[in-house]
Design a protein around this ligand. Structure first.
Ligand code: ATP
Ligand code: MG
Length: 410
């Protein structure tokens, strides 16, 4: 991709109304643009990052047997009345059409997925089933000051599983938990698993996957010796207490952002829709369901919160929009420039899917370097008269200071 052709230019200043670091840097570097609080457009570089996160999540969901589907965002009022959500869920967006019909926008999709799946399940032998989608969600959130961390419209992976009994749900929960930890560690994040109350309908425990960051909106207590971790909101323990799990470590308080969540939905949704299946004793049974979310757009924001410096973003290679940021620096001696440009263009061609080339005219070396730091691509590759004399190109990792002269990028 050519920087000269990117319509999304970098800017020195962040918009005045953006307070969160992720939104300030992502906007300045041309990854996203705010339409209104909590609602962003993803520009070419931003969409590449979002897609990379999505791909990692999709691979892990496929690996554990999730079947990908795409469900509607626009829902009839009736399904939300069936479950009680129409009146009880405060963040549910409700719309009225010109013919006075009422609709809801998907904030989660149990109301759509339960009839979709259970109409196709006759006996226990048809279970378990796990389906997922990667799609937009709408929530009438009150605070959206955290950039991509809290959207009113945001991108989520939501999976729903259907089981014969609680035991099979719990088996699958462990599988999902492992897959989630794999996703987060691939993204370079350490996620702590907390126990929290189960949300609006169920009394059951839910599990949250928390990444420590000051930008997060949750407060957690975690043990410095074992994996014990709990959301402060519901905790019976406090900071400084001895860990109730291992009796060794101390509990520390930290801010965190919830990047994933798993709920035990019990039999509520099957019962609400009166959609069951015939069990082993031929009696009608309702499925035990689980629901599992990962905040894809929130993850993009969390990665920036965790990985930046005063100059800009530092993308982990796995989600970076490109691996190489190629900067040809023209010489005062014009006879040298043909070779410089050719070398830069050749490298960009050889690494077409992985290279951004700063081919802008009339932009100083200093500005090009500043933009490279802001955009945050892992490897900066400079080609100049000096590097050619040294036998190649100068490569610098975004998070390191020393430069290396190499004859190729490999
Ligand atoms: P939170 O406590 O942060 O509001 P939640 O418990 O409402 O999250 P879920 O309903 O389980 O979250 O949604 C699944 C995942 O989607 C969350 O773990 C989070 O990563 C992400 N998510 C939830 N709400 C938002 C939002 N408003 N903006 C961006 N991502 C979100
Ligand atoms: Mg919420």
């Amino acid at each position: 991709m050519r920087l000269s052709q990117l319509f999304a230019r970098t800017t020195r200043e962040a918009p005045k109304d953006e307070v969160a670091i992720n939104a300030r840097l992502l906007t300045r570097a041309g990854y996203v643009e705010k339409l209104m609080a909590g609602v962003y457009s993803y520009l070419p570089l931003g969409l590449r990052v979002l897609r990379k996160i999505e791909t990692i999540v999709r691979q892990e969901m496929n690996t554990i047997g999730g079947e990908e589907i795409l469900m509607p965002l626009l829902h009839p009022k009736s399904i939300w009345q069936t479950t009680g959500g129409w009146d009880s869920i405060d963040i549910l967006f409700k719309l009225r059409s010109r013919t006075e019909k009422e609709y809801a926008l998907g904030q989660s999709e149990e109301e759509v997925v339960t009839p979709l799946i259970m109409r196709r399940v006759n006996t226990y032998q048809d279970l378990p089933i796990a389906v997922y989608q990667i799609h937009w969600k709408f929530r009438d959130e009150l605070r959206s000051k955290s950039g991509l961390l809290r959207g009113i419209e945001f991108f989520m992976k939501d999976m729903y599983s259907f089981h014969e009994d609680q035991k099979d749900f719990e088996r699958f929960y462990q599988v999902v938990k492992e897959a989630y930890l794999k996703v987060f560690s691939q993204l370079g994040l350490v996620a702590k698993v907390t126990e929290a109350s189960g949300g609006s309908f169920s009394e059951k425990i839910s599990y949250e996957f928390m990444v420590l960051t000051d930008a997060g909106e949750d407060e957690i207590l975690y043990c410095d010796e074992c994996e014990f971790c709990v959301n402060l909101e519901i905790a019976k323990v406090k900071a400084g207490d001895t860990c109730t799990k291992c009796s060794q470590g101390k509990l520390n308080k930290a801010r965190a952002s919830e990047v994933g969540n798993v709920f035990d939905l019990g039999q509520k949704y099957g019962q609400d829709f009166n959609l069951g299946f015939s069990g082993r004793d031929n009696e009608k049974q309702y499925p035990v369901m689980g629901c599992y979310g990962i905040g894809i757009s929130r993850l993009m924001g969390v990665i920036v919160e965790k990985s930046h410096d005063e100059k800009g973003i530092i993308w982990p290679e796995i989600v970076a929009p490109f691996q190489y940021h190629i900067i040809p620096l023209l010489s005062k001696d014009e006879s040298k420039n043909k070779e410089i440009i050719e070398m830069a263009e050749t490298l960009a061609r050889e690494h077409e899917d992985d290279a951004l080339i700063d081919d802008r005219d009339g932009v100083s070396a200093g500005e090009k370097f500043a933009d490279a730091d802001l955009i945050g691509i892992p490897y900066r590759v400079v080609i100049s008269e000096k590097t050619l004399k040294g036998g190649g190109v100068e490569i610098k990792k975004r998070n390191e200071t020393e430069v290396h002269i190499k004859s190729s990028l490999n």
